[in-house]
Design a protein around this ligand. Sequence first.
Ligand SMILES: [Fe+2]
Length: 308
Amino acid sequence: MAKGKIVAGFLAPHPPHLVYGENPPQNEPRSECGWEQLRWAYERARASIEALKPDVLLVHSPHWNTQLGHHFLGVPELSGKSVDPIFPNLFRYDFNLKVDVELAEACAAEASAGGLVTRMMRNPGFRVDYGTITTLHMIRPQWDIPVVGISANNSPYYLTLDEGMGEMDTLGKATRRAIEKTGRRAVLLASNTLCHWHFHQEPLLPEDMTQERPQSYEGYKWDMRMIELMRRGETAEVFRLLPQFIQEAFAEVKSGAFTWMYAAMGYPNIPAELHGYGNVIGTGNAVMEWNLDKHRKGLRVNDQPVAA
Ligand SMILES: [Fe+2]
């Protein structure tokens, strides 16, 4: 079997508003419009996925919470209705997805060997969280590529940030080894919003875009600063600032997907492509791509973030 590889990573946030704004047949609520900049950003990302032709999409979601260990979807096919508990008025989605169980098991085994507590999720009636579903729908609405779903064990919230991020780094490196061993062409999806300061009240019409703007000017400036660094491939600086960014912008990257993805990719110093940025109920969201295939020549795999 040929050695597998990660062909790209994406920052692929999961506000359910994006699915609501698009009106796919799977989602029950209907909208008039909304959040177009982000939806068009995802259209660009969809074109990249089409060109990359991955065997599998791996997604790490903050809204599948498993405090005891890192869990992996382990049922070949899952279907049901996914509902956002915060925005049930916007997201009631009938999902049907296929899981790459062999790769998921390999990820769990490698993570376990790396010292993490892991568990395969074998419940056939499991209701997949809205973070996983929204990210997957927005990046590949055809649902024709198998997936690996990884939970957020929230260690950065109940251990120190350093310890928690250390677990995400280990999880990322384990994911990379599993992909290489199983021969997959894989795409990683970090399902994270950037600045997470948000409004506490929804407009009467949720898609009324005259009401949509950053909730926090400081948070907005943080997002622009971090995006600019990522666009320049300044990975060491991104990770030097990450704890302060998390603290001051209440950034959702704290949940670990972002670090997991970067670690799996080998903390590359390649420029990320920004497909688009937008606010959702005041939070900051960027759809970004690290195309390792395009930058494969001279690409270094690092154990930790290093200066370019
Ligand atoms: Fe979220």
